[in-house]
Ligand binder design. Structure first.
Ligand SMILES: [Mg+2]
Length: 235
């Protein structure tokens, strides 16, 4: 008995970092009449809310470190965990191990990007790399997947994701989308079996992989413009 649809955003409902279009907005509106909807995102709640054009739904952000409820007065942040990076020098050192071993010692800008939440990004081409270089770097993710396991081992305090176009994104453990959705179910009285997660990034190192590999039912999206076809039996 399905009661909840949980959604990823980028690549599932929209193009990466692009506004929700009318077609997929209509799908959310239809689903919202029958089901509870929840976003489970990697970015901040406010970024997700804005990208959704203010669509009225609650949002889990930063892999569960943030939670925001939609109210008639707008979005209200009710949880905003911050886990400060304990030892930046150690993070830099570990990033340099990867850079030296895999020949990424030349980069533009900074070695590491630190986010306010405590999440960390290792941008292989640097924080100031040109957009076209980033996009062309690893379109099939094979380059990064080749040493993904090693990055996970090295940054054992973090859940590591093959993120963006040329980076590794890391959230302090235990935060990932599975942890976030499980916590949300406990807080809101849902069984896992009552939830369907809809996401696109279910491959190795993808930020939806933790849900894909779990007991939650997972609907795979490989083309966000065909979301209606994949979800047709629930619409
Ligand atoms: Mg995605």
């Amino acid at each position: 008995m399905v009661k909840v649809f949980a959604f990823d955003l980028d690549g599932t409902l929209t193009q990466h970092k692009t506004a929700l279009d009318d077609k997929n907005r209509t799908i959310l509106e239809k689903l919202a009449k029958q089901y509870t909807l929840i976003m489970v995102g990697a970015g901040s709640c406010i970024r997700i809310h804005n990208q959704l054009g203010g669509f009225p739904m609650d949002i889990i952000g930063n892999y569960g470190m943030q939670y925001a409820k939609y109210t008639l007065d707008g979005l209200k942040l009710v949880r905003d965990d911050v886990i400060p990076c304990a030892d930046k020098a150690l993070i830099e050192e570990k990033c340099n191990i990867i850079r030296e071993k895999y020949n990424f010692t030349e980069y533009a800008g900074d070695n590491v990007e630190y986010h306010a939440s405590g999440c960390v990004t290792l941008p292989l081409l640097g924080t100031k790399a040109a957009q076209e270089d980033k996009l062309a770097f690893d379109t099939d993710r094979k380059k990064r997947r080749a040493f993904y396991g090693e990055v996970c081992e090295l940054f054992s305090d973090y859940n590591v994701f093959v993120g963006g176009s040329s980076s590794f994104d890391m959230a302090p453990k235990p935060f990932n989308k599975y942890y976030a959705l499980d916590l949300w179910c406990k807080e809101n009285g849902y069984e896992h079996s009552e939830v369907i997660f809809v996401g696109d990034d279910y491959g190795i190192g993808g930020n939806d992989e933790s849900v894909y590999l779990s007991d939650f039912r997972f609907v795979c999206i490989d083309d966000y413009t065909r979301l209606d076809e994949v979800l047709s039996s629930w619409l």
